[in-house]
Design a protein around this ligand. Sequence first.
Ligand SMILES: [Zn+2]
Length: 410
Amino acid sequence: MTTRKLFKENVYLQETEAEILKIKQTESEIALILDQTVFFPEGGGQSSDTGFINDIPLKNLYEEDGDIYHILDKNSLSDTTLLKTNATVKLKLNWKHRFDNMQRHCGEHILSGIFYREYGGVNRGFHMGLDYMTIDISMEENPQFTEITQEMSDRAELLANEVIWQNLPMLTSHFTTKSDAQKVPMRKTLTIEEDITLVGIGSSDNGWGCVACCGTHPSHTGEVGLIKIYKVEKNKGMFRIYFEAGRRCFENMQKDYASLNRLSEKLSAGREDILEKYQAQQLKQKEKSTQLHLLKKAVIDSEAEEILKNPKLDNFGYPIHKYDILTLDDLSQIGNKIASDLDKLAFLIHNPSNTVFLVSNGKIDCGKLVKDNAHIYNGKGGGNKTQSRAIFTKAEYVDIFIELIEKHLC
Ligand SMILES: [Zn+2]
């Protein structure tokens, strides 16, 4: 029993009727083996087709011993009685998904072919991801190229797009034996022994464009539409090319252009000067940060001096200083500067976050005071002997907490 693979005869066929030859059932799934199908099962780096059988969504698809198993989820069937041996079913392919696969897959053929033709690079790995595709190019056949430079990559990209613009035919030929297939020049050594499909770009004798492949391809390169290389990276002694082709490539470029336009508006720059403008802004930013750092340092030093020389004392006679603009880190730095010169506990309050810093010369254990008392007012925090902090949900808790500590110390 072998399912007739209509996608091999006419890759553009989207709908057909088929007869159920065999049904296999598990608890949750039904597998249909049909006399013919428009659905391509996973292969050659290309994902399985999707679609419908009698308006029931296809859950999965796989090939085993020449039979293609069409898997349906029992939960999506309202009436299983229509599905019986010898019954006729209607197949409907999800063409958008298939054509996406065809464009991307063919794009990979073209780009791999160009890398082989121009630089002797052999494709040793192919991955079709959701956001991009990758090919791993090995330069083993042409050791004169020790790397793929930006210039080489740009050139390959242009030549690949030229192959698209030339709208060359994609030629498929079948061979029953390896020895027959090997007579055709191709860019990669054959690893299959029998039932071999060769796919070539333009003509059957151009070795750079020919390779064994079981996937689905458009009839002409023009249908690929577009190829864009995103980047090239060294990977395990080879070169990994990140790229995209077809509708996805176009949609990504639309998004990229929209981002670029927004960025150029934000920077008030033309697309050509974005990088220059960005670098100028970065430089300005760096100058500002250096200036801010120096100013902060001066403020922290002068605050520390002020607390030690002219402390603001509360009712119990403890230094207490409140801050609105400085950060928690700044307050911690002030604490570090004054700790050893303090003769009693000091409080630094960060108003925006209801945080109080306890600072001492270590004779009074600041960490312990916070650990023992902050939780009484739902505060959190901790620290060491000379500096600790407690954070509260309300400003009033900060005042009550300080009062409690001071009473406790009296
Ligand atoms: Zn292919």
